[in-house]
Every structure is written in C-alpha cells, then in structure tokens.
Design a protein around this ligand. Structure first.
Ligand code: NDP
Length: 293
C-alpha cells in the first residue's frame, strides 16, 4: 500500500496566506509591515540563491526585506558591528544571518551580536537556553518547527508515540527531538556513532531524518505504517533528493514527506511565522514605550 503524501508545499502556501492576512491587518491598523534583514558575508552561490528566495518569500507575505551583504574579507568586528546595528535599528523586525560563514569568521562572536528578540532563526544562546527549559520567550529554529507543524496540521498523533530522530545537529535533529518530547513522544536520537541504525528506525512510529546522506533510510528500515519526515536536501545527478529512499519507503510508511515539496517549504513558512512573532514582541515593547509604530 502506498503511503499518504504529506504535501508541505500546499500546507506552506496556506500558512503564508494566513500570515499575509495577519500582516495586512497589522498595516491596516497603522503599523509598519515587519522587515527582515538578511545578512551574508561573501558571495557563496547557494547563499545568494537562498537570499533571493527569502526576498520573494517575505514579499509574498507583505513583509519588507533588507539585505546586508559584506565582502568575503570582512572581519569579526565588521560583522559584529553590522549585526549590532541591525539589532538596535527599530525599523528591523528580525535578523537572519546566513551560514556557513567564511572560515576565518567566528560563528560564536557573530551570533552574540544578534539581539535575541530579533533572532528569528533561533541561533543565539539565550534563545537556545529558553527553548531548552521551555521558559520565557524564544524562537525555535524554523526547520524543526516546520516538521512539527506539518505533523500537527496533518492530524498525526504524537502523544505517546515513539519518535526516532536520525541526526543531532543544533539546527534540525536536536530541536526536533526536543519539540517531539514536549508533545509527549518517547524520543530516541540516532547519529553517526549509532550502531545498527535500522534496529532503531524500525521501532519508530514517527521517523524524522536529518543527516545529509541521500537514500540513507531505505524501505526495509521503516516500520509498516510509520510516519516519515525527511529533512534531507541532497543534489544527486542534478536532482534534489532526501535522506530517505522515497521509492522503497513509500510502499511501507503510513505517511511520508516528499523531497522536494515536504519539509523545505514548511521551513520557509515557519521563518515567516517567526518574523511575525518577532513583530509581536517588538510591538509589545513599543506599546510599553507608548509608541504606535
Ligand atoms: P549536519 O551535518 O549538521 O548534521 C548531520 C547529522 O547526521 C549529525 O548529527 C551526524 O551525526 C548525523 N549522521 C551523519 N551520518 C550519519 C549516519 N550514517 N547515520 C546516522 N546519523 C548520521 O546536518 P544538518 O542537520 O544541518 O542537515 C541535515 C540535512 O538536512 C541536510 O541534508 C541539510 O541539507 C538538510 N536541511 C534541510 C532543511 C530543510 O529546510 N528541510 C534545513 C536545514 C538542513 P554526528 O553528530 O555523530 O556527526
């Protein structure tokens, strides 16, 4: 039997529409639309493409876009000043720093210069800490947030299920595990040092894979009826494929995300959702200061 396809593209379109309507309401009440600053160092082609994609995405939601492009030779001080300037700029709602940074730059120093209230990608230690404890206001990285949203909007039960996460990166695997734990799943995290990966993946009711190895998970590693979230984005012979061998897994799983068109578009939608969240926080600060905008 063929699995239900979890169409992230269609779901993301619906979320973007919802966000656009919210932005229109904000504007009609006299507020400025949220503005996101996308900061890049150098001209890495994938980062340039991603920035254009974000520009189109935020425009589609009625938001503003401010690019900040530094030369590849920029040092930690210049990057820190740029991020610090955007952090204190009242016209900027959210900041997205593009990775990877050139090797001579310190990720730690750069991230420290981003105001936590504008950290829409959830990369600052303060956000990560609040997320870990579940206390205070914080941003969750957009990719795992998109994975959770996709499960919830697809009415897939999480409470009491066994979720197996393959990959433990700070940006996808680990936060995905934490989100599912919050939803009362029993969570197992696998990584490159896990022996006999299939032994774990076959026990999953929900299998989330974020590794970066095309076709790592085959159908025989999936339990019949399991829900499979494939975060992998790999280019093989000019085609984008996931970490799950879709052709074999689709016959075993109960539901599965395609690549492309699954978790990727949901990441974009959640980035917009985080920008809106930042706008609301900024709005509550301004209200406290007695400013309309
Ligand atoms: P990282 O390289 O940061 O992490 C990969 C993880 O996979 C590590 O935890 C690593 O383990 C683990 N791993 C590596 N090999 C194996 C193996 N053979 N068996 C089990 N685990 C293994 O990658 P990211 O998390 O940043 O990205 C993962 C994938 O998700 C990539 O394809 C990336 O392009 C994609 N991605 C997709 C996004 C989306 O919007 N859908 C957004 C961000 C990323 P260890 O920790 O032991 O090294």
């Amino acid at each position: 039997m063929s699995a239900r396809i979890l169409d992230g593209r269609q779901m993301a379109r619906q979320i973007v529409d919802e966000i656009r309507i919210t932005v229109e309401c904000l504007v009609s009440r006299g507020h400025s639309p949220p503005v996101v600053a996308v900061v890049r160092v150098g001209e890495d082609p994938a980062s340039v493409r991603y920035a254009s994609q974000i520009e189109r995405l935020v425009a589609s939601a009625g938001m503003g876009f401010r690019p900040a492009v530094l030369p590849a030779s920029a040092d930690d001080d210049l990057l820190g000043q740029t991020l610090g300037g955007l952090s204190s700029d009242r016209a900027i709602t959210g900041i997205l720093l593009q990775f990877p940074l050139p090797a001579h730059l310190s990720r730690e120093k750069a991230v420290a210069a981003i105001a936590p209230g504008k950290d829409i990608d959830g990369v600052t230690p303060l956000n990560a800490g609040h997320f870990f404890t579940g206390r205070g206001r914080y941003f969750v990285p957009a990719t795992p947030l998109g994975g959770l949203e996709l499960l919830q909007r697809s009415a897939i039960p999480i409470d009491g299920r066994h979720a197996v996460i393959v990959g433990r990166s700070e940006i996808v695997g680990r936060p995905m595990a934490l989100l599912l734990l919050r939803e009362n799943a029993t969570v197992t995290i696998c990584h490159s040092r896990t022996p006999d990966l299939a032994r774990y993946t076959r026990q999953a009711d929900i299998l989330a894979v974020a590794v970066g190895h095309p076709g790592l998970i085959t159908g025989e590693m999936v339990a019949p009826g399991a829900v499979v979230l494939d975060f992998g984005v790999n280019v093989v012979n000019g085609k984008v494929v996931g970490d799950v061998d879709f052709a074999s897994a689709v016959d075993v799983a109960g539901a599965i995300t395609p690549v492309p068109g699954g978790t990727g578009p949901m990441t974009n939608a959640m980035l917009l959702s985080n920008i809106l969240r930042a706008a609301r926080w900024l709005g509550s600060h301004k209200q406290a200061e007695g400013r309309a905008d």
